[in-house]
Design a protein around this ligand. Structure first.
Ligand code: SAH
Length: 221
């Protein structure tokens, strides 16, 4: 799937610019987030037979029963993280690798975990091909985070979590935020800021729909 020729034509660039205008109109204000998303060719993360879907503001299946998040959702979660260049960020749910690429474009040091072997193998090979060799990919259980690399300046969960894993809260630096959709069928987007060592402040930012955050590594591949 990823051995296709990577071509970012004027047409793709034009469609991407229009998509940025669309998500800006839906309320995304952070120019850096829009800039990063305007830079990364989202169609590279799609199978070549589905290229026409890459620049619609919609989620899309990426195989293994998973989806690449809707562009608006990627922008919204990224904006909530409030990241600066040089910051260390953890993503739970690598999926296609698109969100990780956006975080890397913002100048962050990106760590990302995926529980499905096939998706992990794919992004580990594919992200360096796109120039994102600095993104560190891990095969593991995102509920546990990455204690060996903690603390982080931000943590983003890109699957619907039934509850907020305490392990992730404990891996935040003071002042850093965990952005996580919480709920079963429909999720509420939570931003939980570690105000101090023991104190957390929780905010709600509307409803979204994600594939579920599942327990432990997938056993079926
Ligand atoms: N961020 C992705 C979208 C991911 S969809 C992108 O930009 O394409 C959610 C992903 O979370 C899926 O790939 C799923 O396999 C993964 N996932 C679900 N539960 C997980 C867990 N406990 N640990 C790590 N990854 C998990």
């Amino acid at each position: 799937m990823h051995q296709k020729k990577l071509e970012d034509t004027y047409r793709h660039k034009g469609l991407r610019k229009k998509l940025m205008e669309e998500i800006a109109a839906k309320g995304i204000r952070d120019r850096r987030v829009l800039g990063a998303m305007n830079t990364v060719p989202r169609h590279y993360f799609f199978d070549s037979s589905f290229l026409e879907f890459a620049y619609a503001d919609k989620p899309f299946p990426i195989g293994s029963g998973q989806t690449i998040s809707q562009p608006y959702t990627v922008a919204f979660q990224t904006e909530l993280l409030g990241l600066e260049a040089g910051m260390k960020v953890l993503e739970v749910g690598t999926g296609s690798g698109y969100q990780a690429a956006i975080l890397a474009e913002l100048g962050c040091k990106v760590f990302t975990i995926e529980r499905q072997r096939l998706l992990y193998d794919r992004t580990r090979e594919f992200l360096p091909r796109l120039g994102y060799a600095a993104i560190k990919t891990f095969y593991g259980d995102g509920y546990k985070g990455l204690p060996a690399f903690a603390p982080f300046d931000g943590i983003i969960v890109t699957a619907g979590a039934p509850y907020v894993p305490d392990e992730l809260l404990q891996q935040l630096k003071p002042g850093a935020a965990l952005v996580i959709p919480v709920g079963e069928e429909i999720q509420e987007m939570k931003r939980i800021i570690r105000v101090s060592d023991k104190e957390f402040r929780e905010e709600s930012h509307g409803n979204f729909r994600f594939v579920p955050l599942l327990k432990s590594k997938a056993k079926d591949e």
